[in-house]
Design a protein around this ligand. Structure first.
Ligand SMILES: NC(=O)c1ccc[n+]([C@@H]2O[C@H](COP(=O)([O-])OP(=O)(O)OC[C@H]3O[C@@H](n4cnc5c(N)ncnc54)[C@H](OP(=O)(O)O)[C@@H]3O)[C@@H](O)[C@H]2O)c1
Length: 321
């Protein structure tokens, strides 16, 4: 009896790792998700990618640089951005990878970035609103906005507003908003947008990602007939620096990295939304793994989208009709 137990245990001890080894490539292929198959070239096209000094943004920049675009790497940390840009320039041979200072947690910085960009560049064909923060301890931006809402939504809302005329003049043009599956857990808490009454950092992230989806929806509606499209996406669960504010998440991300997308894999849907020929006239949609994905009912609520738009304008002191 004892020996058969030992035999079974030994059998399991040998067969489980063997099974895992055999299955590993299939698991990795599944985790990697969709891949952008487009071979579109981007010579003569100007692209802005926010938060492109690391993670998904950096891989998106690398891909678009390889396609020949002039890529503006818009980042708050210039030294880190220069290191990323020079790596991309060296690898792709594209010298048109340019670093510009942009801190989305400060509307003054956003305005300065846009002013300089509009003075220096005559065209803008692709704007990728990629930068993001997650799980921040309670904090506010320079303008007093809750950090997730301020950086992930309001910062990109203002940036898009300031650059929209240039996008329209350069049309066909695309706006790509990097949202998240986490939008499913979000709601727009108009009565407490800045989390002053209650704050949960996980939920704050979800709310801001829902705001990305609603912004995209309303923006696309307003852009009908302009040849400027706006789409949102979920990149997948990606092994990046996004979890930097949570010690526990950082360890979980390390331990389970095998089951997470690499930043390159995570960039595929952003690249797809930016270049895929079949999306030329597709707008207001939400993608994941390079295909349309399910949007939560709250993300399809046009009334909330309109209200969020006008509240965002009020907070930023802009008029955007
Ligand atoms: N990773 C995932 O599993 C996942 C899943 C769903 C959605 N997303 C979304 O994907 C996007 C990219 O995230 P990631 O995973 O690549 O994370 P990441 O590696 O942390 O990159 C985030 C980027 O945003 C920049 N950023 C943060 N705050 C900024 C600010 N105030 N001004 C300008 N730039 C700022 C960061 O710059 P610094 O390096 O200077 O801080 C960094 O370049 C985010 O919008 C995120 O919500 C990620």
């Amino acid at each position: 009896m004892m020996s058969s137990c030992w035999g079974a245990a030994l059998g399991a001890a040998v067969s489980v790792p063997v099974l895992l080894l055999v299955a590993a490539p299939y698991i990795r292929r599944y985790v990697a998700g969709g891949q952008c198959k487009s071979t579109a070239k981007l010579e003569g096209k100007v692209v802005i990618i926010t938060g492109a000094n690391t993670g998904i943004g950096k891989e998106t920049a690398r891909d678009l640089a390889r396609r020949g675009a002039r890529v503006i790497v818009a980042c708050r940390d210039i030294a880190k951005a220069e290191a990323a840009a020079s790596e991309i320039r060296a690898e792709t041979g594209n010298q048109q990878v340019i670093v510009k200072k942009l801190d989305l947690a400060d509307t003054k910085s956003i305005r300065e970035f846009a002013e300089k960009f509009l003075a220096e560049e005559k065209e803008l064909h692709i704007l990728i609103n990629n930068a993001g923060v997650m799980l921040c301890p309670y904090s506010k931006t320079a303008d007093g906005f809750e950090m997730h809402l301020g950086v992930n939504h309001l910062g990109h809302f203002l940036l898009t507003f300031l650059l929209l005329e240039r996008l329209k003049q350069s049309a066909p043009a695309r706006i790509v908003n990097v949202s998240s599956l986490a939008h499913h857990g979000g709601r727009i808490r108009f009565h407490d947008l800045h989390g002053e009454k209650s704050y949960n950092r996980g939920l704050a992230y979800c709310h801001s990602k829902l705001a990305n989806v609603l912004f995209t929806r309303e923006l696309a509606r307003r852009l009908q007939g302009t040849k400027v499209t706006a789409n949102a996406l979920h990149p997948g669960s990606v092994h990046s620096e996004l979890v930097r504010h949570s010690f526990v998440m950082m360890w979980l991300w390390k331990i389970f990295s095998f089951f997470l997308k690499t930043p390159w894999e995570g960039a595929q849907t952003s690249v797809y939304c930016a270049v895929a020929e079949e999306l030329d006239s597709v707008s207001g949609q939400y993608f994941s793994d390079c295909q349309p994905a399910y949007v939560s009912p709250r993300g399809r609520d046009d009334e909330t989208a309109k209200k969020l738009w006008s509240v965002s304008c009020e907070l930023l002191g802009i008029q955007w009709d």
